[in-house]
Design a binder for this molecule. Structure first.
Ligand code: UDX
Length: 471
């Protein structure tokens, strides 16, 4: 009995993040938040995905490392334990299949291998491990929760989209908060709505995992998307806990800790900070396409020249292997800086010199930009990013569109880039209004993450619900 009472106070939550940077980062932040709020947390992942953290972890957070299947079994290049490390997107399908080979080990750990802690009281799995939903049901009578890394807006839109006929060229549907019907063409949809997609079956499995799960944990906050989480919960009959922005947990330490995971030796925090320290307040545009996004060489030139034309200073993150910024940029001198590889994004976004964020609208970047109070120039490339753009531009009104074209729609020209950057950075009425709204949202984000804020309470509720889950 005593054991049971104790278990109710501190449940043992097992977190298994999907093996992609855009999922690992928020799930590790979330694991840290849960551990800090009183849960015992075990993160199960493979060796190359354990963060090279320089910041101390709470004692109640521990990692359990399992080997990734070897190349002879997977057909993947050696060392590829993360979607981002694949040499080509075409290996995403085989990578997903390789991850399924982890099933036996994870099952064994869940049943026998997590001592000295008590057995798991809950499984929180990342989007790429949908089979964990049924695994847990088979072997352990515990709640299975899923973390997609999407906004509530996207969750709800996806729910509506599933009801649309798939042969349509464009989908139209109403979403509360928008004055008109959302129209989105098929080519800009998350890939799982496209029947012709080669990874369609993967996404069908992901959806089955979602259906089998007992609830969804969302990295957002109530005040950012009022009603969308509740409507999503109502539409699906799932429990939803909205607990973000998770990046606000111990922000400054994580910058060089968990955030530095991707080739942390290459993250030159001091160089970025020194450069920003020398710029005027609100004068810099930060340009990043997330952990995987890359532009074609011709588009890279147009973007670069557009940034130069805008007259504003810029910090541009260029992925390893992506086309280098155009040579003409060399003439830009002190006004622009290219960061090769990986930037300390949270530090950059919160720096006083930052005035705008040109982003691909990955959900983490959006929510981090919101938390930092920075207006955005939106340039989605795929996945949920077109939907996130709608939220940023049309609902929250803290950004302007510029990119977001598919190859067949032609290049985004330098003049368009310069104009969009000026609209966001400029001191005219439009820019001032966007900045005011962005700051207001940042204040709300900060309050949401307080213990008594909406996300703080939701996190506590999540731990409580897991501890008291009826079995
Ligand atoms: C992926 C999908 O592409 C995205 O659409 C989905 O919403 C989440 O998963 P990704 O493209 O990597 O994410 O973008 P994003 O969601 O923005 O996540 C990137 C993360 O890496 C952010 O936390 C960001 O702070 C961090 N990052 C990225 C850095 O710290 N430095 C960098 O240079 C780039």
């Amino acid at each position: 009995m005593a054991e049971n009472r104790e278990a109710r106070i501190a449940p043992h939550m097992v977190v298994i993040p999907w093996l992609a940077q855009g999922h690992l980062i928020p799930m590790l932040d979330l694991a840290r938040l849960l551990a800090t709020a009183g849960a015992n947390v075990t993160v199960i992942t493979t060796a190359a995905n354990v963060p090279l953290s320089t910041s101390p972890c709470p004692a109640s957070l521990r990692f359990c490392v399992i080997p990734f299947p070897c190349p002879s079994l997977t057909g993947l290049p050696p060392g590829c334990e993360n979607i981002d490390s694949l040499p080509t997107h075409r290996l995403a399908g085989p990578f997903y299949s390789a991850a399924k080979l982890l099933r036996g080990r994870i099952e064994h750990l869940l049943l026998h291998g997590l001592s000295p802690l008590r057995p798991p009281s809950c499984l929180l799995f990342g989007i790429g491990f949908p089979w964990l939903a049924s695994l847990a049901r088979d072997v352990l009578p515990i709640p299975r929760l899923v973390f997609h890394g999407f906004s509530s807006f996207t969750h709800l839109a996806s729910h509506y989209l599933h009801a649309c006929k798939t042969h349509e060229r464009a989908y139209n549907f109403f979403l509360p908060g928008l004055p008109h019907k959302v129209e989105i063409t098929r080519s800009k949809l998350p890939v799982f709505f496209d029947k012709a997609s080669e990874v369609r079956s993967v996404y069908e499995e992901i959806r089955e995992g979602e259906v089998a799960a007992d609830g969804v944990v969302v990295n957002s906050f109530e005040e950012l998307e009022p009603k969308y989480a509740a409507m999503f919960a109502e539409a699906t009959g799932k429990k939803v806990w909205t607990v973000g922005p998770v990046s606000m947990c111990q922000r400054e330490k994580l910058d060089v800790g968990l955030r530095g995971r991707k080739g942390s030796s290459g993250v030159d925090v001091d160089r970025c900070k020194r450069w920003l320290d020398d710029r005027e307040i609100g004068s810099v545009v930060y340009v990043s396409f997330g952990s995987m996004g890359r532009l074609e060489p011709e588009q890279t030139v147009e973007l670069g020249m557009g940034l130069v034309m805008s007259g504003w200073a810029f910090m541009w993150v260029v992925r390893e292997g992506a086309p280098p910024p155009p040579v003409e940029l060399e003439g830009v001198g002190e006004r622009g800086i290219a960061v090769r590889g990986w930037s300390p994004q949270l530090m950059v976004l919160s720096h006083a010199a930052l005035g705008g964020f040109l982003t691909h609208c990955g959900w983490n970047s959006v929510v981090e930009g919101v938390a930092a109070g920075v207006p955005m120039v939106t340039w989605p490339l795929g996945a949920d990013q077109y939907l996130n753009e709608k939220l940023v531009v049309e609902v929250l009104k803290v950004g302007v569109e510029v990119g977001g074209r598919k190859e067949d729609e032609g290049l985004v020209r330098r003049e368009e880039v310069a104009r969009a950057v000026e609209r966001v950075m400029g001191r005219g009425e439009e820019g001032n209004e966007m900045r005011r709204r962005a700051k207001e949202l940042a204040d709300k984000a900060r309050r949401a993450m307080e213990r008594s804020g909406s996300s703080g309470l939701s996190l506590a509720q999540l731990i409580h619900d897991v501890a008291c889950w009826p079995v």
